[in-house]
Design a protein around this ligand. Structure first.
Ligand SMILES: [Mg+2]
Length: 328
């Protein structure tokens, strides 16, 4: 018989980057896999909810993990909401979470600038999630919202263009009012090498049925191209987003599960931090994408292969109930 430690260790390593479908494992194997992690970090959009609608069973699974004594963290690249707004949304959708369990790029961006003792003004391409978090740490910033082109480019430059003189950073996140004037201003501020270039995240698009909604990465790329500079990226897959959890020993990376629907942010973060990884098919990436990465000769693609897979997080609920009742 395998010792408790032995079976846990095995569960941690045998599925490493195999994209094993948990629905094809026995209840006993799934129970063993669940015993292999103490902390769960989950992405939000595409795993827990989609555009404000909770995904069936996700809250039950996360709440069960918590009831089992596992520590739970929500980690989102979505910069449109503050941590307290995300907390409110999570609670409304039935998740048993606290604000300290929420890692958001809007909050992390403000914390990053605060740590650098930033004292100038931030030019924000983004939404109120960012500006409210900057306000909370006392960093001044430009307004969000529409900034539209007026007249021809020549007319705009002669009559309407107003540049700030004290901008020390350009922060780019999700901005539904992204525009030519914003792009022109951002690139011009970034022409000063002292001006910081910070991207909340580089997700290409939002998970949404029927329509393609551009994500922050689309705006970041546009600015990056005309500024001819690369940004510092705050969000996943940069391990910096989880650095304090690891440094303060709130989580043990080897016994932490990262759940996500997007491999090049969520699963890659897991790879970068040494977490176990679970891809769910309810958002951006699917099994057919993983098959491509398995065949790819590019080593970077191999990093995107998750340990395990589920069509959706709620599919784990029967296995959790079985593991609680001891059924095999
Ligand atoms: Mg997602």
């Amino acid at each position: 018989m395998v010792s408790r430690f032995g079976s846990r260790k095995a569960a941690m390593t045998i599925y490493k980057q195999t994209c094993t479908n948990l629905l094809e494992l026995s209840s006993a194997k799934v129970t063993e896999w669940i015993a292999g992690f103490d902390s769960v970090i989950t992405d939000c959009d595409g795993v827990l909810w989609i555009y404000g609608q909770g995904l069936e069973g996700s809250a039950d699974v996360m709440n069960q993990f918590k009831a089992m004594g596992k520590s739970i963290y929500f980690c989102t690249n979505n910069s449109t909401k503050t941590r307290s707004e995300l907390l409110k949304k999570g609670i409304e959708l039935g998740f048993n979470i606290t604000e300290s369990g929420i890692i958001s790029t809007a909050h992390a961006t403000a914390s990053y600038l605060k740590r650098r003792n930033f004292r100038k003004r931030v030019f924000v391409i983004g939404s109120e999630g960012i500006t409210k978090e900057l306000d909370a740490v006392g960093i001044s910033h430009t307004k969000t919202g529409p900034e539209v082109m007026m007249g021809s480019l020549a007319e705009f430059m002669a009559q309407h263009l107003k540049m700030d003189t004290d901008i020390g950073a350009v922060v780019v996140g999700f901005d539904e009012h992204f525009s030519f004037p914003k792009m022109m201003k951002a690139a011009s501020y970034l022409n000063d090498p002292e001006c910081l270039f910070v991207a909340t995240n580089t997700d290409e698009r939002f998970p949404m049925p029927n329509m393609i909604v551009p994500g922050s990465g689309s705006f970041v790329r546009a600015i990056q191209t005309c500024a001819e500079r690369d940004p510092f990226v705050i969000g996943k897959p940069n391990p910096a987003i989880c650095e304090s959890l690891i440094k303060e020993k709130k989580i043990n990376p080897a016994r932490t599960l990262m759940i996500g629907d997007r491999a090049n942010t969520d699963i890659l973060l897991g790879y970068n931090c040494g977490f176990q990884t679970l891809l769910v098919g309810s958002g951006i990436h699917q099994l057919k994408d993983v098959e491509q990465w398995k065949l790819s000769k590019n080593q970077e693609d191999k990093k995107l292969i998750p340990d395990v897979y589920l069509p959706k997080l709620g599919d784990l609920l029967p296995a959790i109930v079985n593991s609680l009742t001891g059924e095999k």
